[in-house]
Design a protein around this ligand. Structure first.
Ligand SMILES: [Zn+2]
Length: 185
């Protein structure tokens, strides 16, 4: 079991993104929560839609946000609940996390969603590494941040979080600005 201060420390690192204060963490509660919608990033193939529909049925419960926004739950969340809309946008329910609809957050949402839903086709939505890509030095190219093994629970187990330095891609490129809120540019 984690002590709270470790959890907050871990979360503040998770939320750290290029150009953003390292101290960003959930410090207040928005009531009602804010719905944050990214630009359209993805074209969902019929195969991905079918897989997500199957997963939704297998999951066995209906989420009101899914129904209201024609979306699929990617992650009920330790942080904000995250969804992928049928139109190819990422939607977050932000109750105080300070979500920004940047590429880093969008790609991390897809990575986490593929793991949580087990719809592996989602990974095909992530951009391929360009020729000038280099491994992300913050996560050693894994996409999973652990402060190089130093982020640990009180019992000594290494904690892995989505690496927001590379948006969980595992690589960085001077031609991919992860702080942009559009898939173009
Ligand atoms: Zn990284």
């Amino acid at each position: 079991m984690f002590k709270l201060r470790h959890l907050f420390s871990a979360l503040s690192k998770w939320w750290r993104v290029p150009g953003q204060s390292p101290d960003v963490q959930k410090a207040f509660v928005l009531d009602p929560p804010l719905i944050v919608l990214s630009e359209k990033f993805f074209e969902l193939s019929p195969e991905i839609i079918e897989a997500l529909e199957s997963w939704k049925i297998a999951r066995g419960y209906l989420d009101p946000t899914e129904q209201e926004h024609r979306a699929y739950l990617l992650d009920p969340g330790l942080g904000p609940a995250t969804y992928l809309t049928a139109e190819g946008c990422i939607l977050w329910i932000d109750d105080g996390w300070g979500v920004q609809a940047t590429r880093a957050f969008v790609y991390a949402a897809i990575r986490v969603g593929a793991k949580k839903t087990k719809v592996s086709q989602l990974l095909s939505l992530l951009p391929p590494a360009p020729s000038d890509a280099s491994p992300c030095g913050e996560c050693d190219g894994t996409g999973q941040y652990s402060a190089h093994g130093n982020l640990k629970s009180v019992s000594g187990e290494v904690i892995f979080l989505s690496c927001m330095y590379c948006g969980t891609l595992g690589w960085v490129s001077p031609n991919l600005d992860l702080a942009l809120q559009s898939r173009f540019g």
